[in-house]
Design a protein around this ligand. Structure first.
Ligand code: ARG
Length: 462
């Protein structure tokens, strides 16, 4: 094994168990690209400011580019004995360039280096997550456009409440996901400040040019407090929190899909490619994907709790506890990407049983509010109309019938306001079509909703 970087200060080698325990290369190797990109910017600045010779800076930059391409081609593999990705890259550079390689770490600490790398890594990941969420929203919009006339029951307390359409129902998720995009954007924007130059904690005595590094790496600005620059992980927490909310939305949608494909509902059927069978019960077709998404939501919440708890008691500035940020935030990022990637094709291939949705909407007195509203339109105060309709519903239940089948004579026993047009007023289609207030389920209102969201998406992606 290579000698430790700090062998000068230490009189004995670290216990191998300590090395393993301390090492983060198993999980931070994935930041190799960001680490090398950051180092290239740092080396360029060191050369431009004259902190190191320009010719040496150029050699370092070339050396780093070589390391990057060798990692990507598989020629160079990560050394599991390295303490972390930062040490590994520097170690290889020094093996390749000798003394020149040793100059890269001038005016820098791993503390500001890791603070930079993780920001750059998450910036790239958030971009990918956002692209997936946009694709998911587009998938939902496609379903909505096909189903503006597909009537289904809307529920409260999982009891049939008022009629909506499948378009309106799924668009509710598109709205939630759009806000998830905004949250991710917002967190990424707040994270986009360049910490390199904070040093270990108290910046540096070298005449560095932080603004140059900031510009080279595409940050909004530099961080203005070196202690904060190396100690802050609130951006991890914010991104994990935005991902947790996003997972919560996916989980609710998943739960509904699980219900919808049960025999009790039979509103939809998943494509065989996105369902699983049972090892014992031949009739089974299980919605495992959605159940896993629901399950994995708990795991992402766990990541968020890990980060919050890890940070809550550590004094300024860097503490090794903070190395624990990576596995948690990486897990959250990996999990949400995996879930959305599987959810999209599952959703776009599911079959919708419109007739079953409609039949369910026709039951359960879903038009009772409309019956009461009918009386209100004929001049009754709402509370009186509500009471009469309640009595009518109770009568229907007793007679094992529904409001649309009740004789007019029966209606008129409770109010002489009822006339032949009651049947039209409480028909399922009328109930949906009349809910055309902005944001309502009527096809024309849903069409507006869809266009509006498409416009906002276009605006965001500009
Ligand atoms: N691997 C460490 C981390 O991920 C970065 C190194 C800073 N370590 C240190 N002992 N100052 O946080």
């Amino acid at each position: 094994m290579a000698k430790m970087m700090w062998a000068g200060r230490f009189s004995s080698e670290a216990d191998p168990k300590v090395n393993d325990f301390n090492s983060s290369i198993k999980f931070d190797a994935r930041m190799y690209k960001q680490d090398i990109t950051g180092s290239i910017a740092h080396a360029t600045m060191l050369g431009d400011t004259g902190i190191i010779e320009k010719s040496e800076s150029e050699k370092i930059v070339e050396g780093l580019k070589g390391i990057l391409s060798d990692i990507e081609s598989g020629e160079l593999t990560f050394d599991p004995n390295a303490e972390d990705i930062h040490m590994f890259v520097e170690q290889v550079l020094t093996e390749r360039l000798g003394d020149t390689g040793k100059r890269l770490h001038t005016a820098r600490s791993r503390n500001d280096q890791v603070a930079l790398d993780i920001r750059m890594y998450l910036r790239d990941e958030v971009k990918e997550i956002k692209e997936l969420v946009v694709e998911l929203i587009e998938t939902i919009i496609n379903i909505a456009e096909e189903h503006v006339y597909t009537v289904m029951p809307g529920y409260t307390h999982l009891q049939r409440a008022q009629p909506v359409t499948l378009a309106h129902h799924v668009m509710a998720y598109a709205q939630m996901l759009y806000r998830d995009l905004e949250r991710l954007d917002d967190a990424a924007e707040r994270m986009n400040y360049m910490p390199l130059g904070s040093g270990a904690l108290a910046s540096t005595t070298y005449p560095i040019d932080r603004k140059q590094v900031c510009g080279l790496l595409g940050f909004t600005d530099i961080t203005y407090n070196s202690l904060d620059g190396v100690s802050d992980r609130d951006f991890c927490i914010e991104i994990c929190s935005a991902i947790s909310i996003l997972m919560m939305h996916l989980s609710r949608f998943s739960e509904e899909i699980i219900q919808w494909c049960s025999w009790e509902f039979k509103f939809i059927e998943l494509d065989d490619a996105f369902a699983t069978g049972s090892s014992i019960m031949p009739q089974k077709k299980n919605p495992d994907i959605t159940e896993l998404i629901r399950g994995k939501t708990g795991r992402v919440y766990g990541d968020l709790m890990t980060l919050l708890t890890m940070m809550k008691g550590i004094p300024l500035a860097y503490n090794k506890d903070m190395q624990e940020d990576k596995e948690a935030i990486f897990d959250a990022v990996d999990t949400v990407k995996l879930c959305i990637t599987t959810f999209i094709p599952m959703l776009s291939t599911m079959r919708v049983y419109k007739d079953n949705m409609r039949a369910a909407a026709a039951k359960g007195f879903i038009n009772a509010t409309d019956c009461a509203d009918y009386l209100v339109k004929k001049g009754l105060p709402f509370r009186d109309a509500y009471k009469i309709t309640g009595t009518l519903v109770a009568l229907c239940i007793k007679k094992d019938t529904v409001l649309e089948k009740l004789e007019l004579a029966e209606y008129r026993k409770f109010s002489d306001k009822f006339e032949e047009d009651i049947y039209e007023a409480i028909s399922l289609d009328t109930c949906v079509m009349q809910r055309k207030a902005d944001g309502g389920p009527a096809p024309e209102a849903v069409q507006v909703q869809i266009e509006k969201l498409k416009g906002r998406l276009r605006e965001m992606l500009k």
